[in-house]
Structure formats: structure tokens, C-alpha cells
Design a protein around this ligand. Structure first.
Ligand SMILES: Cc1cc2nc3c(=O)[nH]c(=O)nc-3n(C[C@H](O)[C@H](O)[C@H](O)COP(=O)(O)OP(=O)(O)OC[C@H]3O[C@@H](n4cnc5c(N)ncnc54)[C@H](O)[C@@H]3O)c2cc1C
Length: 381
């Protein structure tokens, strides 16, 4: 088939890992999705099972209880979840692990990373507030020093894994000055922590199997040693350093779900009979599929190049922003075309393509909106 294409970064070892992840997701996660949708998020057991199967932060070094893999392993996890249409917060788990690896002390790495890998800690990254999303410099959650503790007050919203999370990488204001120099990332272990509250999972228009919640910090006390990087005021810089990883992760998920939807749609177009012949025999649908297949191939080649660059440690923030912006945009266009080719069936909640369409709308918003991506790209020109 014309769509066969092999990513340069794939190896035999990664192929075995992909096979295992695909099998786990198909056998263990897909059957549980209905109950996750009803509960609006996966349960603690699912997190531990994912950990045992090696799906959580596989790029954590073995010295800290990880598999010692690379972003290629993480990309495979994200791709296989996206292909199966499972919205499980493995991406956030790995992003928070990156923060711990990059800015944690040796003791913190040894304490938290093995628990994150095993799914005993569920991570969230909490930046967005009711009055501050794109404009992160406007956050008001405060961390005020009181001896060897920070006292944290504020509210975060739209936080992935929020209801279940017990380990938060929190963006807070540690100084009075406006601007980025007063923002810090603080690791907050919320187990048994007074003053911390997670709201129930929010009702979304898609990703019903994913937990997204509001978090409240009301006089929460955290050791000052839990500030990322050991010194306050570096949070904004740290977010900027880590965003390429997060944005590429979103682009990887986008291309994988788009590829899966296109495969399903091509199969449907070959079997669905209209006016006495398969749908794909009509030029209109065939051209629609041709356009989508071309966009998907272009997107895949770009994502693969970004993965290569990340693996080589030189993915530029603006390139990651291009990937996030373009791939999620491509995903929206292609999934809409795929749903249209499914006809009324595509609009049913039971339709995988219909669900992917609804789930994917978030991708142009979360992790920085498409408009903010264009700003990042524009500033770099
Ligand atoms: C399902 C889901 C999961 C999420 N998970 C997380 C999470 O885990 N952690 C977290 O911290 N946040 C999370 N978010 C929040 C997400 O990151 C924010 O919604 C996003 O950054 C946009 O912020 P906002 O919603 O406040 O929109 P606003 O910032 O209010 O933006 C509104 C509109 O204005 C546009 N806009 C804003 N500024 C500009 C500008 N300078 N130029 C042009 N246009 C502009 C935006 O693009 C957007 O279209 C999640 C969101 C969703 C939907």
C-alpha cells in the first residue's frame, strides 16, 4: 500500500517494545475505557498496571528505577495510546519526570522517580489558573516563605490527571515582583497534605476517559527544598526549557491518532457501498482521502525529524511549536474529513473516528494554543 513508511528512529528493539505496548493497551486499557468514561478518568489500579508494563516515563534512567530508554520509547507509548483512542495521562507523567530529572536533587530523584515509573505516584503539571492560561506570567498562586516551608495559596484549573494526582509540579509566584523572575516550579507531594484539595473531574466535550480537574491550595505547606532547581525564580526558564518535550509529545499523539483515523476511514471507504459501488470508487471521496494521506505523510516526516532532533538534544523551541501547531491543525482537518466520509455512523459516540474527532479538539488548546505557537514561531523569525 502507498502509505507504508518506516520511521528512521525505529529499531528492532523499539519494534519489540511497540508490540508489547500495543498488546497491553489493546488487552488491558481498551476494555476498561467504558468504566473510565463513566468515572471520568482511570483508577489507581490502571496507573499501577501501566507502571508494571513499562508505559510510565520509560525514558527515566535505570539508576532511578526507570527502563533507561529514550524519547523514542516515550513516543511509542504515546503513539500506541493515541492509535487505540485511549486518553491516558502518560504524557504528563513523563513530562513531570523530566522536571524531576532536570531540576531535582539526587535525593529527590531517588525518592520520586521510581514511584512515578511504577505508577504509585500519579503526576500532574499545574500551570493554568482561572485567570491565567496563555499568559502564564499572570498567575497569582503564591508560595510565601515561612522558615523552611513555602505556604501555598491559589487555584489551578484544567489540570490533566488532576483528580487522581498525588504529585504536582506546580507553577507558583515566590516573589512580589511582576514578570517571570518571581515564578518558580515547586514539587508538591500531596499525599496526606493539609490544605490541598482536588475537585471532581471536569465534564469535557471529549476525552471523557481522561481526568481533568481543578486544584485548590489553601495554606499548603511544602519544604523550600522542593523548589525545582534549588533556587526560586527560575520557573519560567524551566518551563521554556521543558516545553519542546511537551509540545513534541502533543504532536506525536496528534499524528498517531490521525494515522489511525485515516486507516479506519480508508477501510470503511473500501467496504461501504454507495450507488452500487464502494465509496472509494467515487472521485470526491477518493480525492479527500488522497489529500488526507498526503497531509499525514508530510506530518509524519516532520514529526520524525523532530523526534530525531530531540533525541540528538537539539530540538529548538520554535521547531517544537511548529510541530505542535501544524500537526494538531492537520489532525483537526483530517479527522473532520474522516468523520464526514463515515457519514452518520461517524457522529455516533460508538464510532472510533467520531470519538477521536471530539477528543482531538483539545489538542489545539492544551499545552499552549495554536495562536501562542504562532507567536513562538513568529518571534523566532
Ligand atoms: C483537556 C485540557 C487539558 C489541560 N491540561 C492542562 C494541564 O495539565 N496543566 C495546565 O497547566 N493546563 C492544562 N490545560 C490548560 C491549557 O494549557 C490552557 O487552556 C491553554 O494554555 C489556554 O489558556 P486559556 O484556556 O486560559 O485560554 P486564554 O489564554 O484565555 O486564551 C483564549 C484565546 O485567546 C487566544 N490568545 C491568548 N493570548 C493570545 C495572544 N497573545 N495572541 C493571540 N491569541 C491569543 C488563545 O489562543 C485562545 O484562543 C488543559 C486544557 C484542556 C482543555
Amino acid at each position: 500500500m502507498a502509505r507504508r513508511y518506516a520511521s528512521r528512529w525505529m529499531t528492532e528493539e523499539l519494534g519489540v517494545f511497540r508490540r508489547d505496548v500495543r498488546q497491553f493497551v489493546g488487552e488491558q486499557f481498551v476494555p476498561r475505557q467504558a468504566s473510565w468514561r463513566a468515572e471520568r478518568g482511570p483508577d489507581a489500579e490502571a496507573w499501577r498496571d501501566a507502571g508494571a508494563a513499562g508505559l510510565l516515563a520509560p525514558d527515566v534512567p535505570s539508576a532511578y528505577g526507570g527502563a533507561g530508554g529514550s524519547f523514542a520509547h516515550q513516543a511509542i507509548v504515546l503513539e500506541e495510546l493515541a492509535r487505540a483512542g485511549v486518553n491516558f495521562g502518560a504524557s504528563v507523567q513523563a513530562i513531570v519526570a523530566r522536571y524531576v530529572i532536570a531540576y531535582g536533587t539526587e535525593d529527590q530523584k531517588r525518592a520520586w522517580l521510581p514511584l512515578l515509573v511504577r505508577g504509585e505516584l500519579v503526576a500532574a503539571i499545574a500551570m493554568t489558573e482561572p485567570m491565567a492560561g496563555s499568559d502564564l506570567q499572570a498567575i497569582t498562586t503564591s508560595a510565601t516563605r515561612d522558615g523552611d516551608r513555602y505556604v501555598i495559596d491559589g487555584r489551578k484549573t484544567l489540570i490533566t490527571n488532576g483528580a487522581r494526582a498525588n504529585f504536582i509540579c506546580l507553577a507558583a509566584r515566590t516573589g512580589d515582583q511582576p514578570g517571570p523572575g518571581s515564578i518558580s516550579m515547586i514539587f508538591v507531594d500531596t499525599r496526606g497534605l493539609e490544605g490541598y484539595r482536588a475537585g471532581p473531574p471536569l465534564e469535557k466535550i471529549g476525552q471523557h476517559d481522561q481526568d481533568t480537574a481543578e486544584l485548590t491550595f489553601d495554606g499548603v505547606r511544602a519544604p523550600v527544598t522542593h523548589v525545582a532547581g534549588g533556587r526560586p525564580g527560575r520557573g519560567f526558564l524551566q518551563m521554556m526549557e521543558q516545553l519542546p518535550y511537551e509540545r513534541l509529545s502533543l504532536a506525536v499523539q496528534a499524528i498517531a491518532s490521525t494515522e489511525a483515523a485515516l486507516d479506519l476511514t480508508i477501510a470503511r471507504a473500501k467496504t461501504r457501498q454507495v450507488f452500487g459501488k464502494p465509496l472509494i470508487d467515487l472521485q470526491g471521496p477518493r480525492f479527500s482521502l488522497a489529500e488526507s494521506a498526503t497531509a499525514v505523510r508530510v506530518g509524519r516526516v516532520f514529526v520524525d525529524d523532530c523526534i530525531d532532533q530531540l533525541l540528538a538534544g537539539r530540538l529548538a523551541p520554535e521547531t517544537a511549536a511548529m510541530a505542535k501547531y501544524w500537526l494538531t491543525d492537520c489532525q483537526s482537518r483530517v479527522l473532520d474529513a474522516c468523520l464526514q466520509l463515515h457519514g452518520g455512523l461517524g457522529y455516533l459516540a460508538e464510532s472510533p473516528v467520531g470519538r477521536m474527532w471530539a477528543d482531538s479538539r483539545m489538542a489545539r488548546i492544551g499545552g499552549g494554543t495554536s495562536e501562542i505557537m504562532k507567536e513562538v514561531i513568529g518571534w523566532s523569525l
